[in-house]
Design a protein around this ligand. Sequence first.
Ligand code: SF4
Length: 473
Amino acid sequence: METINYEEIQTLENGVKVVGGLEFPQRKVWVKTYGCQMNYHDTERILSHLNPLNFTLTDEREGADLLLFNTCAIRDLANQKFYSHLGNAKHDKQRSEIKVGVGGCIAQTESKELLKKYPQLDFAFGTDVIDNIGEMVFRLYAGDKKFAVTSWDRSENYSIETKIAHGTPQAFVNIIKGCDKFCSYCIVPFTRGREKSRSITEIVNDVARLVAHQGVQEVTLLGQNVNSFGKKNGESLAQLITALDKIEGLQIIRYTTSHPYDISDELIAVHGTAKKLANHLHLPVQSGSNSVLQRMLRQYSVEHFLERLAALRQVNPQIVLSTDIIAGFPNETEAEHRATLDLLDKAQFDFIYSYNFSARKGTKADRMKDILTKDIRGRRLREIQAHQLKIQAQVRSEMVGKTYRVLVEGKGSMKGQLKWRGRTSCFRIVHFIAEEENVDKDFLWHWVDLKITSATALSCQGMIVHDYGKKLD
Ligand code: SF4
């Protein structure tokens, strides 16, 4: 694929940009993103590549020139929503001269079928060609029709520069892509390829640049299994965090997603030493039953998982833990389901993301004979969620009276009252009302100390103790 020479892009007096001899007037792109943070981060990269081609983001689908769908293959619900949204794009197409593209995990595995089935679709692109989106959109406006780009990046190294366009102090930074784990229910190794890590040197320089020049103060290190980071290059996530911890001006380091098998002693130790590492870890366990974990090919036992939690709590008593649970894995027995409820009691998570099992085409779990019904799955999911809510209410009640530092992320109306909301280092959202004298003050992206006045399983309220403004230093 030809590469656009971004340095040779000309801007005419009327604002039209000329790229490779083709005129690009100001256009609007509308993007619908499904799924995980990785996908949201990919969307950001897409936008940064489309900006030189004169595209700006719009929230209004009706006024857009280009519709993009960044898809997720993991969750059934996200899948269904995507197909329905793509189906609706045929009405957009009838209304105006818009172009439509689909990217992400579904496009990686089903691009040909999508292009055949949906006449309104102009192009499809996979997960490993995000950085070529500019070339694809150039092709599109040069007259190319109905094409798919789903090739894998075959280079040994994974090297990128983080692109952010939002201007906020929070940034996602990809550190590893792909996954070698092949859990029996998961499609990711097929849609994102094998594991490949960036180098520590490159990531540290990247983050230092974001902090120095783009006002970033909080980074989330991203990957399908970040705990495998650097394994093939003789580096480790613990080493990376230790190096990032030294960057002046950076306040919070988070990482996701983790795999319990790969949480090493070295990494746990860093939770006690790295000052900027968040007091939170999301560690997906998926089930509390060893036999189910074996069928999931998760490589760890419940005992190992609980031992890792205990070790984390020992090095950092402030740490808050959360997890993912799949309800109703094929042929899960009532006893196996009860073992998950038992694990919730033992682990005392701050929150969980829980889902009903839904088979993903092409995975081992999809080929398992399964006797569970939708009703059984639904009932088990409800039991898991109700059980966790009780635990959560207790865990969170312990916050009351304590003071937490939060980064204010936004505001909204709650029961007719305007409330600001911020996130603690331990990933809890806290709402607060500005005092009367500060009712017009803009707290967005301020660091504030909040004393917790009430906390339930699902919401937490605080009162402002101190406002540091936009910088802590
Ligand atoms: S570790 Fe995560 S991304 Fe990798 S196969 Fe398992 S569930 Fe999927």
